[in-house]
Design a protein around this ligand. Structure first.
Ligand code: NAD
Ligand code: UDP
Length: 319
């Protein structure tokens, strides 16, 4: 297939591009570098099956030649206002990438009769009242909360994707991605894994927002990408959760990182209000992914963190 991947210079987009190139596809990466990193393209550009277009997906998209699949991953993704790359500091761009970017990429899929895959998120469940979260749960999102620029853009993107599927017959897929980590994350995007990794490798205390009793379920990137590629190859149109159901409190997660990096400095509490409407619990129910895609994660948290440490060491000049 000849596949357009938006957000290709980002963390997930660059891993996905590499995986699809490995599978023998041609990949056209598209990105405007608002949160992405040109260094993430380095391992892709040496492949003759990879090409790149610098473009903002909020504007009309033209790609010459045939396209068989469009995968829309372009969007800021970090909630942390302490980072210039956090989506609360890029609120309009975030809404435009989710709304106009989804409209434009669906338009590309329609004009090329290509299949379409939307990168949605566990954030569409908001601060969930159902636990773990199944795809049938409608969510609990404050439409004017600080996170709403991201959550509501993704909810709109899902609605628009289903409208194109139902009205125009576009061959669409929606993946709801739960917290994913691994090499090629931006060091300064403020998400918990880059923050904790750098603090631990500098032998500093890890900054926990609130009491650390909020939970997340962390998936290693190779598992996530495997699930997404299976979804791309499937005929499933309804949303599918992809994530690792191994739930942990942020406090326990911090202790795990300190143990695996031999960091003696412990943790330090920061105000809970740091991230506004921080969801209190998050864990995917992956029954549908297991049944439909025959997929489940293979990489344990310890293994995934140990696989990620060398990347951070190298980027921090500690290797
Ligand atoms: P990232 O910030 O590393 O990558 C996003 C990429 O999109 C960046 O390269 C950025 O420059 C690009 N981009 C943003 N707006 C753009 C625009 N208007 N035009 C062109 N390019 C644009 O984040 P990520 O973690 O790789 O996330 C990728 C996708 O996966 C996002 O859609 C995000 O919502 C979704 N997602 C990620 C996670 C996760 O845990 N990593 C969880 C849920 C959903
Ligand atoms: N978090 C934290 N310290 C940090 C960064 C994040 O305690 O330095 C917490 C944050 O409050 C949230 C969780 O870690 O409960 C995950 O945050 P992240 O920014 O990675 O993404 P989210 O899952 O909230 O979208």
């Amino acid at each position: 297939m000849r596949i357009l991947i938006t957000g290709a210079a980002g963390f997930l987009g660059s891993h996905l591009s590499a995986k699809l190139l490995d599978e023998g596809h041609q990949v056209i990466g598209m990105d405007n570098f608002v949160t992405g990193n040109p260094e993430n393209l380095a391992r892709l550009t040496s492949n003759p099956n990879f090409s790149f277009i610098r473009h903002d997906v909020s504007n009309f998209i033209f790609v010459p030649g045939k396209i068989d699949a469009v995968m829309h991953f372009a969007s800021p993704a970090s909630p942390n206002p302490a980072s210039p790359y956090g989506y609360t500091n890029l609120p309009i761009q975030t809404m435009k990438a989710g709304a106009l970017g989804t409209h434009n990429t669906l338009g590309v899929a329609r004009s090329h009769k290509a299949r379409f895959l939307l990168a949605s998120t566990s954030e569409i469940y908001g601060d969930p009242l159902e636990h773990p979260q199944r795809e049938t749960y409608w969510g609990h999102v404050d439409p004017i909360g600080v996170r709403s620029v991201y959550d509501e853009a993704k909810r709109f993107a899902e609605a628009l994707t289903m409208a194109y599927h139902r009205y125009h017959g576009i061959d669409t897929r929606i993946v709801r991605i739960f917290n994913t980590y691994g090499p090629h994350m931006r060091l300064d995007d403020g998400r918990v894994v880059p923050n904790f990794m750098q603090q631990a490798l500098r032998k500093e205390p890890l900054t926990i927002y609130g009491d650390g009793q909020q939970t997340r379920s962390f998936c290693f990137v190779s598992d996530l990408v495997d699930g997404i590629v299976r979804l791309l190859y499937s005929d499933e149109h309804d949303p599918v959760n992809i994530g690792n159901p191994a739930e942990t409190t942020i406090l326990r997660f911090a202790e795990t990182i300190n143990r695996l990096t031999n960091n003696p400095s412990g943790i330090i509490a920061q105000p809970a209000s740091r991230l506004g409407d921080d969801p209190q619990r998050r864990q995917p129910d992956i029954t549908r992914a297991r049944e439909i895609l025959k997929w489940e994660p293979k990489v344990s948290l310890d293994e995934g963190i140990l696989n990620t440490i060398p990347y951070f060491k190298e980027k921090m000049g500690l290797a």
